[in-house]
Design a protein around this ligand. Sequence first.
Ligand code: NAP
Length: 346
Amino acid sequence: MRAIEVGVLGATGVVGQQFVLRLAAHPWFRLTWLAASERSEGKVYKSVAPWRLATPVPDDAAGRVVEPCVPGRGPKVVFSGLDASVAGDIESAFAAAGHIVVSNARNFRMDPLVPLLIPEVNADHLALVAEQRAGKGWPGAIVTNPNCSTIVLALALAPLCPFDVRAVVVSTMQAVSGAGYPGVPSLDILGNVVPFIGGEEEKMESETRKILGRDGGRAVHPMIISAHTNRVPVIDGHTMTVSVDLGARPTPDEVVAALRDFKGRPQELNLPSAPQPAIVVMDQPNRPQARLDADLGSGMAVAVGRVRPCPVLQTRLVALGHNTVRGAAGAAILNAELMHAEGMLD
Ligand code: NAP
């Protein structure tokens, strides 16, 4: 199979670096174009990307010159790790110029014509792309992945939907890498918990209902969600405690079985980035933990543990996912893999 050329918008950022790393060894995609802001434009990638990953900068990317985010210059398929303050204008300009933009940014997630995709959960929402092209007049397209904490919650809730999810209370403990680089000042976060992440609670509540909804998410799921989001001194991995009211009143063993059996299109199609299984259920009473479990399934699996009865909302559990992989770059790459498998990148 001939590799598909791809580019990255916002290639120098925290998420952009994960794109560069994961695309360097991808069996279907070949990374040939890196773009970022005027600050980085015209400079060699390794000199402007504040590389923060344990694996060295891939050779091919290291010496590549960073280009401006101008549509028409890069390959047809571009991943976006752009800052939200600029992603709206840049991504729509790329879609209008015929590019397929597979984005991490929040700007288009709640647009009724844009899929907010988790391939295991709502692969059918990709049908929105045809309506998007007609509605917006774009020859290209924009497909988004959810916020980094939403994706963990939605993946943990999807197997429980047959039990009639009515209400959810979720409290997060989110890693500092979720705030980009340099992110939260060390004096604010070391030895501390910051009980506020701007816009995060609203995103978890609205995005989850769109993802689990019908008709491409336009008929949102009727569940009620209350989210509390907190920043904690963890480098990678968002952990969350979840209480969920399940109308069918399943036992914890039935909930565990549903989580363990869960699989979606990526697992059926054996997509290159698909974790097998998508959800790792842990039996140990003190797991999952961010430092030990965020890399499960190469960072693409969601770990769930401590499934037990909840005296207030029927069932409770702990969920964990890698925020810059499953919650960002890895999620977008899995979206693109599904789109390719569905013939949408040709
Ligand atoms: P980041 O480290 O601050 O990186 C931002 C990127 O945007 C950089 O490449 C930067 O380029 C580029 N950029 C900024 N202004 C620009 C402009 N005017 N024109 C072109 N490029 C510009 O942020 P991040 O954490 O990687 O997040 C990137 C996006 O992903 C955000 O929308 C964020 O909300 C979303 N996201 C992040 C996470 C996470 O865990 N970090 C998870 C899910 C979603 P320069 O280096 O040249 O300035």
